[in-house]
Design a protein around this ligand. Structure first.
Ligand code: DAK
Length: 262
């Protein structure tokens, strides 16, 4: 797992991988290497981590989560390359959004443009008090290119999303929380600890039910899928799992359930 140039993977906390975007000189801006390495981690490399129950994504340093796509890299792209890059970025972010374990963005500073889009691809967002969110792409003659136009509307509604993009304004952490863009605001020094606590709480639930919840909630935003039908099918399947039997048995016996992911 030490093969990365732009990521650091911290596995010191049992069952959790902290994926740190590590480009401090560029405020952790997303270049092609970051996308390639995020793709590698979320496709296969995570399997090397024992008993993984969740992932935290954050940025190195105290100033930025991710200050956007790497402006210096994308400035020279032609139309074909830009379209391909947008598609590739969307695919990587979709992989994070569809990941079977909870992924939390620990937003520890600027989350601008592609950085805000990365945070929105995560299942949950915790922000430190110094976090700042924005989609300033229009000031560069662009629009958000990694599903930001869609995910921002999903999270805060059309009017506020349009206002944010059209004005290019930045939101502070508490405003972002009030709008529903972030789940909670943490003290700066407590951000990662708070995320670890949330993952710990989530992991007390049945693993198959956690995975199924992510899948069915994501289905709400997938125009090809009928989420209600999917929910019914998945519900029926879960009912006959060992963990569902254990959950009911543990309740009746007034003890903590011992889930096995079966
Ligand atoms: N890309 C590359 N380098 C960046 C960067 C970025 N996004 N943001 C900061 N840096 C670099 C700065 O250039 C500077 O490097 P040096 O000049 O020292 O070599 C270093 O990080 C420190 O930045 P500052 O000196 O500017 O630090 P300040 O504290 O003064 O300001 C700031 C912090 C975050 C307010 C400022 O750095 C800033 O405004 N950064 C740019 C924010 C931004 O506009 N981000 C891009 C949003 S647009 C695409 C798909 C999607 C996108 C693009 C293409 N395709 C499919 C092709 C998405 C685009 C975006 O994300």
């Amino acid at each position: 797992m030490n093969q990365y140039q732009t990521l650091k993977i911290d596995t010191q906390n049992a069952g959790v991988a902290i994926v740190v975007i590590n480009r401090p000189k560029a405020l952790n801006a997303l270049n092609k290497a970051v996308f390639r390495e995020l793709d590698a981690f979320f496709s296969l490399d995570y399997k090397q981590i024992k008993n993984l129950m969740g992932i935290i994504i954050t940025g190195v340093g105290e100033k930025a989560f991710v200050a956007g796509a790497d402006i210096k890299e994308f400035a020279t792209l032609d139309q074909e390359q830009a379209t391909a890059l947008s598609q590739n970025g969307k695919d990587v972010f979709d992989k994070i959004c569809d990941f079977h374990l909870p992924v939390i963005a620990a937003v520890n500073g600027y989350a601008l443009g592609g950085g805000c889009e990365l945070a929105m691809a995560c299942h949950l967002r915790w922000a430190s008090k110094n976090a700042r969110f924005g989609l300033p792409e229009l000031s560069l003659g662009l629009i958000p290119g990694y599903s930001g136009t869609q995910r921002m509307v999903e999270l805060i509604g059309k009017a506020k999303a349009l206002e944010l993009m059209l004005t290019g304004s930045m939101l502070d952490a508490s405003t972002a929380a009030n709008l529903g863009l972030v789940n909670h605001v943490s003290e700066e020094g407590a951000l990662v600890a708070d995320c670890l606590m949330v993952l710990g709480k989530i992991s007390r639930n049945a693993p198959l039910a956690i995975k199924a919840t992510i899948k069915t909630v994501n289905a709400f935003f997938d125009k090809q899928i009928n989420g209600h039908e999917l929910e019914t099918q998945i519900f029926g399947g879960l009912m006959v799992t060992e963990d569902a039997k254990e959950g009911a048995k543990a309740f009746i016996e007034k003890r903590k359930a011992d889930f096995r992911g079966m």
